[in-house]
Design a protein around this ligand. Structure first.
Ligand SMILES: [Zn+2]
Length: 269
């Protein structure tokens, strides 16, 4: 799963595995960090509760592994997220927006003190979006560093061309395919059931181009927690999806890495 150089001290990018002298050296070499954030919540009757947490961490590590030297630093995963909307399904362990935003804010401020000037939050869970954007905005306000949150914005358009389901938002074709590729042993396809929600108001459809963002408890709109069609998921689709997500994020990170803050804000193409 991880590339060979994950553990080589020369090229390590996992902050958690560095000694402090090594971290001091790496923070001088590179000023960009990836912070994966996930969730522990129901993912239908066929996927594990840590799907979003694992995926965010996996993506951050794969992106760093695929980047040129000096590679971006990967911060330890924040496993828990804002999942109150899945509360009616057992096993969902949720923290509040306040707690998550506070934690991300403080990690970002501490990262900035260590010399990070670009922080890319790799978010595995849609329910975290408002909170993470709030935290990113506050980090930018107070530390004056570049902050961004990617919840798939860099690849959504490309993934749409592979995904056949409309409104595939949770434990459906995409998440089941990506899980089948990296952790097939944790996917129970015999229990995978399609549930694609549709709404009478077109602006409420999740994948509509002109949709509003709105909030609902999942149990109100899906009996088994699935919002999408996991039955047509395959490992092959998952492999393609991962490749696209990694490729696009690597492109973003490499561009950011090679620019000063001044250039990011001012350079025009
Ligand atoms: Zn998920």
């Amino acid at each position: 799963m991880q590339q060979d150089d994950t553990h080589s001290s020369k090229s390590t990018y996992l902050l958690s595995e560095m000694t402090w002298p090594e971290a001091r050296r790496r923070f001088k070499e590179v000023d960009i960090a990836l912070l994966p954030v996930g969730a522990i919540e129901q993912h239908g009757p066929h996927l594990p509760l840590d799907t979003d947490a694992f995926d965010a961490d996996y993506l951050a590590r794969q992106v760093a592994a695929a980047c040129s030297h000096p590679k971006p630093l990967v911060f330890p995963l924040i496993s828990y997220g804002v999942s109150y909307h899945h509360d009616d399904f057992t096993g969902t362990i949720s923290i509040t927006n306040d707690t998550l935003s506070r934690m991300v804010y403080e990690i970002g401020m501490s990262a900035a003190k260590n010399g990070i000037t670009k922080l890319v939050i790799i978010n595995g869970h849609g329910g975290n979006i408002p909170t993470l954007k709030f935290a990113a905005q506050m980090i930018n306000r107070d530390a004056r560093i570049f902050t961004t949150v990617d919840t798939g914005e860099t690849s959504d358009t490309d993934l749409d061309s592979i995904c056949e389901t409309n409104n595939d938002v949770h434990a459906g074709e995409i998440e089941t395919s990506t899980s089948l590729y990296v952790r097939p042993e944790l996917v129970d396809m015999k229990k995978a059931k399609k549930f694609v929600p549709e709404f009478s108001i077109k602006y409420l459809n999740f994948s509509a181009k002109r949709s509003v963002e709105w909030f609902a408890r999942t149990s109100r709109i899906s009996p088994n927690g699935v919002l999408g069609d996991p039955t047509i998921a395959t490992a092959e689709k998952g492999e393609k999806m991962w490749k696209i997500m990694i490729r696009n994020l690597v492109e973003l990170i490499e561009s950011l890495k090679n620019m000063s803050l001044q250039e990011i804000y001012e350079k025009r193409f």
